[in-house]
Design a protein around this ligand. Structure first.
Ligand code: OGA
Ligand code: NI
Length: 365
């Protein structure tokens, strides 16, 4: 049974078993062993057509080809708005459980608070609490699912989501141009851009080495803009999980990563970053992920296939279908893993019984 909130569990000496991951999924690198492999790119001057634009775009494109992740500074989103958003978010998660649970979204409500598991049907829980806002398209907003405490958070979130929509579109222009397409090509491919703001709260954890704040994944959408505090915990891999790096937190920066949709539209040229979040026993961590997604009915298919390349998709599909396939693949992998584990236990048990049945001379022989 999923716990209602993590408040009580965070105080226990040992980790609640429902959060214990299989050994191969556990963190390999410390939450604060930072790497500087992910480029930090200043966007100052990006609108000057004759000036720095070309140079900035080149850096962004290289990062997308390399890791599918980069950080941006001088992005034009007001520092005061950013600190207001984080302050209000922290105040929300510090509220008593019953206050947070007024916005409980378990049972399929569109938006609000939940202790998250990565996937429906997956048994191991992620060590995080989240608040989700479905912020775009505006006609789909349901303000009754936006927490009304602390006071001012609704207004701040409206402004934040609007500013991040602007920044995301600007970055998608750069990527469209890099693909040799018109500026609006990627946003147009999203039909009516969807935006979801997810505030992640990772409480400090009694046994962080056994669990994850957020299991390894790629984001399904076009592009994600993540604001993180100075604690650290976001990790990325580009060799299928063999080695990991922890992204260096940079004050006021957004970590930008491409999702599956962005990857497919570029015919695989831009990476869909493989990432996860780890937790620690010293302090809690906050991050705010803004997901920019295509409309469910938008078509997913490469916008540009370069000479000598094969299309990464056999046929055009809708984003809804792309998402459905992703989910069923993840569930199938989880099922196979569970099956393999059970088989291993059975084999072990059988070997034990056989050993017990043999006379001692035979075992020693
Ligand atoms: C996400 C995500 C990472 C983090 O919310 O999809 O990858 O560091 N978050 O919180
Ligand atoms: Ni993610």
């Amino acid at each position: 049974m999923a716990p209602a909130t993590l408040t009580a569990l965070a105080e226990e000496k040992t980790l609640n078993p429902s959060f214990v991951r299989d050994e191969d999924e556990r963190p390999k690198v410390a939450y604060n062993q930072f790497s500087n492999e992910i480029p930090v790119i200043s966007l100052s001057g990006i609108d000057e057509v004759e000036g720095k634009r070309a140079e900035i775009c080149k850096k962004i494109v290289e990062a997308c080809e390399d890791w599918g992740i980069f950080q941006v500074i001088d992005h034009g989103v007001d520092a005061e708005l950013i600190s207001k958003m984080t302050r209000l978010a922290k105040e929300f998660f510090a509220l008593p459980p019953e206050e947070k649970l007024r916005f409980d979204m378990s049972g399929g409500k569109k938006g609000g608070f939940i202790v998250s598991s990565h996937l429906q049907g997956e048994s191991v829980q992620d060590w995080r609490e989240i608040v989700t806002y479905f912020s775009y398209p505006i006609r789909n907003r349901d303000y009754s699912r936006w927490p009304d405490k602390p006071e001012g958070w609704i207004e701040a979130t409206k402004e934040y989501s609007d500013k991040l929509m602007g920044l995301a579109c600007k970055l998608l222009e750069v990527l469209s141009e890099a693909m040799g397409l018109e500026k609006e090509a990627l946003t147009k491919a999203c039909v009516d851009m969807d935006q979801k703001v997810v505030v992640n709260y990772y409480p400090k954890c009694p046994q962080p080495d056994l669990t994850l704040g957020l299991k390894r994944h790629t984001d399904p959408g076009t592009i994600t803009l993540l604001l993180q505090d100075q604690v650290g915990g976001l990790q990325a891999t580009r060799d299928n999980g063999k080695t990991w790096i922890t992204v260096q937190p940079v004050e006021g920066a957004f970590v930008v990563n491409l999702g599956d949709h962005g990857h497919y539209l570029s015919n695989g040229r831009f990476k869909n970053a493989d990432h996860q979040a780890v937790v620690n026993s010293n302090c809690s961590r906050l991050s705010i992920a803004t997901f920019q997604n295509p409309a469910p009915e938008a078509t997913v298919y490469p916008l540009k296939i370069r000479e000598g390349e094969k299309p990464v998709l056999e046929e055009p599909i809708t984003f809804a279908e792309m998402y459905r396939r992703k989910m069923s693949k993840d569930l199938e992998l989880a099922r196979l893993k569970k099956q393999a584990k059970e088989q291993q236990l059975q084999d072990l048990e059988k070997a034990k019984l056989e050993a017990e049945a043999k006379p001692i001379e035979e075992i020693l022989a």
